[in-house]
Design a protein around this ligand. Structure first.
Ligand code: AMP
Ligand code: MG
Length: 530
């Protein structure tokens, strides 16, 4: 079947929505012209074999849960665009958008370390490439918009629960300054969707400069389509890495660049306690972005062995495994690019050398980020050991990761807490410790290191507050938003969206969103079900 798809590029999976030649034209409503939205669909101009043309499946009576005005601005759309019910209808897949050429892209991947063969966009439909503000380009996808030839028997839908999580976390990661796909809008419907229980459907409009994944390359490599592998590689290089085109071996340069970007990305994840949950190679972006938010989680109490995905029995994707897994995934990409590397005169040893850049790139970025979290303005021997000692202590004392670093920003070199009026019981950094004497011991070492570089409390505090977020999308916050939205109240989704776009700013009216998780949060489970 994969060969057949590769050679024809047509929908071959049997789908109610796939438009095959000869289909009688359905009575589709007129395409909607969205002012400010212009398309130039470069992916849709690739020849046969990269995608199947599809049509989104309609969703009854959609309503707008939320729209990201930040994402809209990047796209060059006014926030008022979402006031138009026709736009909401279009984002639910009920109405074509003028200039869009909907398609589902093919890709493959390794899932939980095992080759999974052909996957592809089973429920995400690429509308096209929109020209955004200042000449930026954004591919727009409707995730959960119905079946495609790559749905493999599944329903092509996404439930409201997981869509809220993806919508909010995409924008929260952007707020944290971490490379990510974006989310423009979230629409919901009462259409039932069957998972462990009956839930309801939703569609997230995602945006990214490109949705190509490691698995996109693995597909053509594994199914023996060297011409397409090359064309896809050339497309990625020309559109997203033009500076590498002049390299002696552009494919080696590409492998090194993606490897280093991936390493820096995962370093950033580690520094905010983000666990992705499903680091399969089909969920690894060719641009080094965070992509595919499923059973992700932010660490509450620090535990390096934390596994956020309830379906991940062996803990393959635990917090502490993320860097190793990311590197393993880069090797899969290297394997996929090997024919191109070889054709341009490179050997296996060259590819290994490019992949070896992962460790140094990760270490350098992780070190930089962790020093900044501790308020260190310089780099000294022994800093790595201080970082390790810090994390060991947080683990041993089961301290909340986000709160610790945030509160540390107001700990002075002489006084425990230099915030004005900070003597509220339980609000100090040392109050997070079961045994505060252990904090004192650690703090003595930390203070000595800071004195050594002449650190100033006020300046350091400001600096730390710009790197240690006050607000992250903890599971229990997403859960509260989900519960409300199920009752058709979008208030909490919208409030979290607003707060999480500025996660480093104190927002006193939203203090509750920075609180430690309530007891009931301990029982929350997230899994691959979405
Ligand atoms: P994920 O684990 O969400 O990254 O998905 C892995 C693969 O399964 C991708 O090819 C998805 O498109 C596909 N997939 C996941 N859920 C569905 C669904 N409900 N319907 C169709 N395809 C799906
Ligand atoms: Mg995926």
């Amino acid at each position: 079947m994969d060969q057949a798809f590769g050679s024809t590029g047509r929908a071959d999976g049997g789908s109610a929505q796939a438009a095959a030649p000869g289909d009688a034209p359905r009575q589709a409503p007129q395409p909607l012209r969205v002012p400010g939205l212009a398309f130039d669909n470069r992916f849709a101009r690739l020849p046969d074999g990269f995608y199947a043309r599809v049509r989104p499946a309609p969703l009854p009576e959609p309503w707008l849960v939320a729209a990201s005005t930040d994402a809209a601005e990047a796209l060059g759309l006014p926030a008022s665009a979402f006031d138009d019910p026709a736009v909401v209808d279009a984002l639910a897949g009920n109405r074509p958008i003028d200039g869009a050429e909907p398609l589902a892209a093919v890709y493959a991947g390794h899932q939980f370390g095992v080759w999974a063969g052909r996957l592809g966009d089973g429920r995400a439909i690429l509308l096209g490439e929109a020209i955004g503000a200042e000449g930026s380009r954004w591919e727009l996808q409707l995730k959960g918009a119905g079946r495609t030839p790559f749905s493999r028997g599944a329903d092509g839908r996404a439930v409201l629960r997981s869509s809220i999580r993806e919508f909010l976390c995409s924008e929260a990661m952007h707020g944290l300054g971490i490379p990510t796909t974006r989310a423009l809008a979230l629409v919901a419907s009462d259409e039932p969707v069957f998972r462990e229980t009956v839930e309801t459907a939703a569609v997230v409009t995602r945006m990214s400069p490109s949705f190509l994944r490691f698995g996109s390359f693995e597909y053509f490599r594994h199914f023996g389509q060297p011409e397409r592998l090359k064309l896809l590689g050339e497309t990625l290089l020309a559109q997203h890495y033009p500076e590498l085109l002049g390299a002696p071996n552009p494919w080696l340069a590409l492998l090194r660049e993606v490897t280093e970007r991936t390493a820096r990305l995962v370093a950033a994840w580690q520094s905010v306690g983000f666990c992705h949950g499903v680091m399969n190679t089909d969920n690894m972006s060719a641009l080094g972005l965070t992509i595919d938010y499923g059973p992700f989680g932010f660490l509450d109490r620090f535990d390096p062995n934390h596994v956020c995905n309830h379906s991940d029995d062996l803990g393959r994707y635990s917090y502490s495994m993320q860097p190793k897994i990311a590197e393993w995934n880069c090797w899969c990409l290297g394997d996929a690019l090997m024919p191109l590397i070889a054709e341009a005169g490179g050997g296996v040893d060259d590819a290994k050398e490019a992949l070896a850049s992962f460790g140094p790139a990760f270490d350098a970025e992780y070190g930089r980020l962790m020093r900044a979290k501790l308020g260190l303005a310089t780099e000294r021997g022994g800093d790595d050991a201080l970082v390790r000692a810090t994390l060991d202590l947080l683990h041993a004392q089961r301290v909340d990761f986000t709160s610790f670093f945030r509160r540390l920003g107001s700990v002075g070199l002489a006084a425990e807490d230099i915030r004005p009026g900070a003597q509220r019981p339980g609000s100090r950094c040392r109050d997070l410790f079961v045994d505060p004497a252990l904090f004192d011991g650690w703090a003595a070492r930390w203070r000595a290191r800071l004195r050594d570089e002449g650190s100033n409390d006020a300046e350091r505090g400001r600096r730390m507050n710009r790197v240690n977020p006050k607000y992250v999308l903890r599971n229990h916050l997403a859960e509260l938003a989900i519960r409300q939205a199920r009752e058709r109240d979008p208030g909490m989704v919208r409030r979290l969206l607003q707060v999480l776009r500025r996660p480093f700013d104190d927002q006193p009216e939203h203090e509750d969103l920075a609180a430690l998780p309530p007891d009931w949060a301990a029982h929350l489970e997230v899994s691959c079900s979405s």
